[in-house]
Design a protein around this ligand. Structure first.
Ligand SMILES: Cc1cc2nc3c(=O)[nH]c(=O)nc-3n(C[C@H](O)[C@H](O)[C@H](O)COP(=O)(O)OP(=O)(O)OC[C@H]3O[C@@H](n4cnc5c(N)ncnc54)[C@H](O)[C@@H]3O)c2cc1C
Length: 306
């Protein structure tokens, strides 16, 4: 890839926010994978718009990263530019019974602010380790709640950075681990969440209860991307994997968690190839045993190795 550092600096992005040949293992919760050619931190909409316009016009591959908790970069890395949002994208404020949050803000912080402000409805998201942007993209959900239930407005930028629009929650086409963003490629800059007033202590107690459930049931001490596979229409991925006798099965440093078979974890020293080979093995065995085809929930990024 040609040297883009000077072009980024001409767009007004300081050198300190342009990382070259950056290991993506540092930025994703699986802690595996190769390097991206560039990793750029953007701090406001003007900068983001300029960067997207430039990359689109030059035909340079690029993608947004939130908190990297649903991504798996291949060992060959990413030939292009990863864009991370900070600065104004981390703003968050409570206005009556709504919360306005920047897309780079973590769900856990927004959920905690809402609880402290006596606003209920976001407890389900407190333990999901994603950003607001990633959660909208995935329609993240847990324990009976999902983003669809609380999102009233979403501020978006077009993929080429030239237009900005606002969509209502209903217009986001939220479905199980899906939203229109997976089709349109638009970028979330900010969201509005509608919550319900309730006693702060009661909300915080519910968050503590859900946190305890997660710690009990999930391998939270090992790097992973959460549930590796989507829930199939015919049952639960974890149950199917367990029934196929795959609990604890490993490839290199990647293992089907003993604690929760829906999670593939990095036991230490795993490569992205280990994880991908284990995913393939799981999909094949579950299909042979049940006729059900598991589909990855984690998004796999990068070119397949030759
Ligand atoms: C231990 C663990 C537990 C988990 N538990 C759950 C759970 O209970 N429920 C659940 O749903 N998920 C869960 N996950 C998965 C993950 O946290 C969610 O999918 C989360 O929504 C991903 O957010 P992120 O910011 O990390 O997105 P990333 O992984 O960084 O990105 C995911 C996708 O979103 C896109 N994206 C990111 N930001 C933006 C933006 N601003 N605009 C447009 N697109 C954007 C990216 O391009 C990418 O395609 C878990 C993961 C882990 C590691």
């Amino acid at each position: 890839m040609k040297n883009l550092r000077n072009s980024f600096m001409e767009l007004g992005i300081p050198e300190s926010r342009i990382l070259e040949n950056e290991s993506m293992a540092k930025h994703i919760s699986f802690r595996v994978g190769g390097c991206a050619d560039y990793y750029v931190n953007c701090i406001d909409r003007k900068e983001l718009s300029g960067l997207l316009s430039f990359l689109t016009e030059e035909g340079v591959p690029h993608m947004l990263i939130g908190n990297g908790s649903n991504l798996l970069f291949r060992d060959s890395g990413y030939r292009g530019v990863i864009i991370h949002l900070e600065g104004e994208f981390q703003d968050c404020e409570v206005q009556g019974d709504t919360v306005i949050a920047g897309s780079g803000k973590l769900l856990s912080s927004v959920s905690s602010l809402a609880a402290k402000s006596g606003l209920a409805g976001m407890e389900f998201a407190s333990g999901i380790p994603g950003s607001i942007g990633g959660a909208i993209y995935m329609n993240a959900g847990a324990y009976g709640g999902e983003m669809k239930d609380i999102v009233t407005r979403v501020w978006l930028m077009s993929p080429d950075g030239k237009e900005e629009t606002v969509r209502t929650g209903a217009e986001m086409e939220f479905a199980y681990r899906n939203s229109c963003l997976q089709r349109t490629g638009e970028i979330v800059t900010k969201v509005e969440l509608k919550l319900q007033p309730e006693d702060a202590e009661t909300i915080q107690a519910r968050i503590a209860e859900l946190t305890e459930k997660r710690v009990q049931k999930q391998p939270v001490n090992f790097p992973s991307a959460g549930s590796t596979f989507k829930r199939p229409a015919e049952g639960y991925a974890a149950a199917l994997i367990q029934e196929s006798g795959l609990k604890g099965v490993s490839v290199g440093g990647a293992e089907v968690s003993e604690k929760h078979s829906g999670f593939i974890i990095n036991k230490g020293g795993a490569t992205a190839t280990d994880v991908l080979q284990l995913m393939e093995l799981v999909e094949k065995k579950v299909y042979e045993d049940s006729g059900i085809q598991l589909e990855p929930e984690v998004r796999i990024i990068g070119e397949e190795d030759e």
